[in-house]
Write a protein that binds this ligand. Structure first.
Ligand SMILES: [Mg+2]
Length: 278
């Protein structure tokens, strides 16, 4: 049997490391000189293969979930990552998002973990989406497959997002992502699995109070021809909706892991995170 946890985390880590040297580079520049394999230095002057916050925070979540679901424990591990360089390749955290950093400051000052994440519209960067994947494996261990039919599963996803990103839009992006991932793991037809994951999550959000105003932001993803959108209309920024769209668009338009993550990185912008999410 495939080890979905290892494959998922390794896939995320390699894509993150592919994107790190070209983070913030424009798409037009990458078009002329695309990333085709692991590069060194660049944006953060790190050696080849260096992963960033996306992977470190993902491993924090894995490490914590191997014991049990404990929101304080996850936050403590995030703090160890940023302050002490745990879960990093070279003993030092070299990047962190503003919303995540503010959440860690709140946690240090004694705020309850589920209240630490920013809740304003400006707190909708991709910082919780990029590290949410391991919750899928935890939820499957509790609920089995078909977890996108289970309201409690979505509540856990929202809580894990809210440790750093508490706005409904970020929580929803995480919910849609995990729903898609849970369908993909069934190894059915990829396109059918992706759309089924999106639709079952959107159905949940339609009947769930509190998300009414957010549905419109995910409208494009639901469209049958989302896959056919031209690359020019796919934004690969750090905004959570852009990142989710870009990652799913790359997945739908490529046939294997390598092409998918290289495509994602070569969209430019938030390369490491779009790659990691893809
Ligand atoms: Mg990063």
């Amino acid at each position: 049997m495939a080890n979905h946890v290892l494959n998922g985390v390794m896939g995320l880590c390699v894509a993150d490391a592919l994107g790190v040297p070209v983070e913030f580079v424009d798409r037009a520049i990458l078009k002329q000189n695309p990333v085709v394999s692991m590069r060194a230095y660049g944006t953060y002057n790190q050696p080849a293969g260096t992963w960033s916050d996306d992977t470190s925070m993902t491993i924090c979540l894995v490490d914590s979930l191997t014991k049990r679901l404990d929101y304080s424990s996850i936050m403590l591990k995030f703090t160890k990552w940023f302050n002490e360089g745990e879960y990093t390749p070279h003993g030092e955290a070299f990047d962190i998002g503003i919303t995540t950093s503010e959440a860690l400051i709140r946690f240090k000052s004694g705020v309850y973990p589920l209240e630490c994440g920013g809740k304003s519209e400006h707190d909708n960067g991709n910082g919780s989406l990029m590290r949410i994947l391991p919750i899928l494996f935890y939820l499957q261990s509790i609920y089995g497959t078909g977890l996108n039919e289970i309201d409690e599963a979505f509540e856990v996803i929202h809580n894990v997002s809210a440790l750093t990103h508490g706005h409904e839009r970020s929580q929803m992006a995480c919910g849609i992502y995990i729903s898609v991932a849970s369908e993909l793991i069934e190894e059915r037809n990829l396109e059918a699995a992706v759309y089924s994951g999106i639709h079952s999550a959107m159905n949940y959000y339609r009947r769930q109070a509190g998300f009414e105003d957010e549905l419109k932001h995910f409208k494009r993803l639901e469209k049958k021809d989302f896959k056919k959108l031209p690359s020019e209309s796919i934004r690969s920024s750090g905004y959570v909706v852009d990142t989710l769209e870009a990652a799913i668009w790359c997945l739908l338009n490529t046939g294997n892991y390598r092409d998918c993550v290289l495509n994602a990185v070569n969209l430019g912008g938030d390369t490491d995170t779009v790659g990691a999410v893809a």
